[in-house]
Design a protein around this ligand. Sequence first.
Ligand SMILES: Cc1ncc(C[n+]2csc(CCOP(=O)(O)OP(=O)(O)O)c2C)c(N)n1
Length: 299
Amino acid sequence: MTNPDHLRLLHSMLRVRRMEELCAELYTQEKIRGFLHLYIGEEAVVTGVMSLLRPQDNVMATYREHGHALLKGVSAKLIMAEMFGKVEGCSKGRGGSMHLISAENRFFGGNAIVAAGIPQAAGLALAAKRHETMNMAALWKIPILFCCENNLYAMGTALSRSQSQQEIVKKAESYNIAAVSVDGMNIFDVIEKTHAALDFVKREQKPYFLEFKTYRFRPHSMFDPELYRKKEEVQKWKERCPIDFLTKYLIEHDGASQDVLNKLKIEVEQEMQDAVSFAENGTLEPVENLEKNIYENDL
Ligand SMILES: Cc1ncc(C[n+]2csc(CCOP(=O)(O)OP(=O)(O)O)c2C)c(N)n1
């Protein structure tokens, strides 16, 4: 018998992967322009974490955030239209790949500025807490889960070249924040540790830090010739593909049939092709609107 939860997780990972594969293709066709940072390889992290969040939980992400938006509930159509810069997009075509946003889904954005989301996330958590309790005494005990997706590189710079302390959890611990390291290629480890972390945050009303050890299979962005790492290294990590890992688990432990797995892929393909058509048929904002949304009154 196939475990429906595991199948749901695989479905989420396939949605993220397929959407991004299509984005890469559409980028080379120049239908998507500007910067494009793909998350391929890191899907277990976003899938595991998001599977434990509630609709009312606030999420803030980096510019590598397409999957985060999708799994927080923003539809593939709205994301793809945003990639195309169409007014039907989730940011009305003004944000593009790095600025997907949906207040409705409590997804408060990607951000082109490295680390800008961290203080913003703290502000959101503080606002949520103040709203609930009005308790100024607890002001600085902030219920927030920091998720560091450690993919070992910052653009072309390996962590080992820039950091004397490569155990990222130790950095969090130095701020007196509870911190744990997670195998980011293993969805089960992601879920187990995130579950415990969320329990802690809710119970203690304090921050918690998770370091997910993961790897991006693709270049930093579409402009990156990837000269800073060896193909063999990438290949070695690809052998730990989180989607292959969960698929194998489903077959070996849950008795998932090829038929069930194929159906899942077909379903995902249909959803993403519909999203691309929606984006293709979307509207480009007229140039007269260029100065719109700059001042508050225009909103
Ligand atoms: C404040 C700021 N400084 C520099 C940059 C240029 N920049 C873009 S991506 C990047 C590397 C960030 O790497 P990391 O935080 O490890 O995220 P990853 O790309 O691995 O997901 C840098 C320095 C920026 N966008 N913002």
